[in-house]
Design a protein around this ligand. Sequence first.
Ligand SMILES: [Zn+2]
Ligand SMILES: [Zn+2]
Length: 421
Amino acid sequence: MTDVRALIDDHARAVEQDVISWRHTLHEHPELPNREEKTAAMVARHLTGLGFDTVRTGVAGHGVIGVLHGGDGDRVMGLRADMDALPVKELQDVPFRSTVVDEDYPDGPFPVAHMCGHDVHTAVLMGAASVLAGLREHLPGTVKMIFQPAEEGPPITEDGGADLMVRDGALENPRPDMMFVLHTSPFPAGMLNYSAGHALASSDYLSIRVEGQGVHGSTPWMGKDPMPVAAEIITALGQVYRQVPANDAMTISIGKVVDSGRFNVIGDGVELIGTIRVLQDEILDDVHARVDRIASHVAAAHGLTATTTFRQHVPSVHNDPAWLDRILPTARRVMGDKHVQPSPPTLGYDDASLFVNPVGGAYMLLGGQDTEVADGRLQPVDGGRGLWPNHNPHFYFDDGVLVDGVRLHSHVTYDFLTGAI
Ligand SMILES: [Zn+2]
Ligand SMILES: [Zn+2]
């Protein structure tokens, strides 16, 4: 009988150098959310070349969905990689460093770089596509690969991301019976981390628009100055932390203030733009109500109005413990027992929740940095490249780990299709 698991490892090793070079190419040519045109074309070409049965392009913008039928078997395995980069200027000194600037992006121009590791996700899933297509006669079932655009959120004036993919039918024809998603992390290179229950936060884009009345800067009493009210609202939002139980993790951050004044003009309005994160989706409505109440009442106290809106909602990623129990033996076999560890949940978000939560499966973190966990804390190791979290301009990921990502996707798929998971 053929040892398919050994074959998977052989095929993964055979494709390793290609995966590394795809990753470098993607890294050097990053594209912002909803602009993943070249990345998607590269993925689609690859899947088509491998003989995938269907390769659907243009899903929710630049999304690509590939379906590969193996032999007899009813199960459908779903794998997801996101493809978009961030508006961050890369400060890592690597030969494949990005110097790309997107001149035309809304509110831009922006420097563009893969500082969340989605280049790694895309290259690794392309590698798994090679491995699984090469062994398709040994796969008793179907593999569905979802290459997603705009995970980092599309421009606020555009639709996109996992939500639009799902509305565009990404989870149907065929519907996956399990989803497996990997994301890069600054954990030690070669480490696989997971969190049971709520693994990542629920997120909302927050906008608070304070309406005033513009006037000459020398005579504020002749108008309605929105600026001090906006400042007071920012400060007052800190009180929400004292109104929800301290054990319910939550953050509210205002990252941007947009006004229409100048040094001698009081503008007619100020918009506060930020994000709300909660770990338990259940408390989100309550937090919304409190934010709205604080904003409107602080504004009312000064005779102004404030309108609060919440957009781009992303539910938290939920790792069902029963699914984890099924998947962990495979993960441990692939990575080695001590390289698979639980880790605390974070207030980052990933709209992979819209694939994982309704279907089942798991979302796990693949470590790729020169770090170690010592005294319960993640720390850089001496002489290494440092500890640089995702979205930091110094974020990096060790090429040597890419093959592990390919192996994980491939083994989890094989084990699920054969019923071992
Ligand atoms: Zn990110
Ligand atoms: Zn990411």
